[in-house]
Design a protein around this ligand. Structure first.
Ligand code: AIR
Length: 142
């Protein structure tokens, strides 16, 4: 399975997803990219999350962007949310992603900030690899 699962709320978010995937590829990080809306196809999203063995999720969504939070409620792996502009300058999506309830952490990057989401994932993976090699810390990162 891929290191990073990139999930888009709609095919209309493709331009952002393409930029995320290009940066991941530049850094030699493997990824799986899927369109799965938290609102429109919750069962399909759930089924994918149950199967997914990735280390990090990048969730891209606009409007009332529930996707990153829903993913974070279903996994203990890091979730990075990318708010997409389109309406209200993307402030609607930004607040939807940033204002998670306690216990449901999502790392939020700027509106349409595809590259930063990918670079943050690269840094988390590098840190995990470093910790994995350290003798003082043992156990799974998941
Ligand atoms: N969206 C899709 N399902 C739930 C949400 N919030 C988002 C998509 C996209 C926007 O709604 O992530 O940014 C518009 O989607 P569409 O399919 O109508 O173009």
């Amino acid at each position: 399975m891929a290191d990073v699962a990139v999930i888009l709320g709609s095919a209309s978010d493709n331009e952002i997803a393409d930029r995320v995937c290009s940066v991941l590829a530049e850094h030699g990080v493997s990824f799986d990219c899927k369109v799965l809306s938290a609102h429109r196809e919750p069962e399909k999203l759930d089924a994918y999350l149950q199967e997914c063995t990735c280390s990090i999720y990048i969730a891209i969504a606009g409007l009332s962007a529930a996707l990153p939070g829903v993913i974070a409620s279903r996994t203990d792996r890091p979730v990075i949310g990318v708010p997409v502009s389109g309406t209200l300058l993307g402030i609607d999506a930004l607040l939807s992603i940033a204002q998670m309830p306690r216990g449901v952490p999502v790392a939020t990057v700027g509106v349409d900030a595809a590259e930063n989401a990918a670079l943050l994932a690269v840094r988390i993976l590098a840190l995990a690899a470093q910790i994995g090699k350290s003798s003082s810390i043992s156990g799974s990162m998941h």
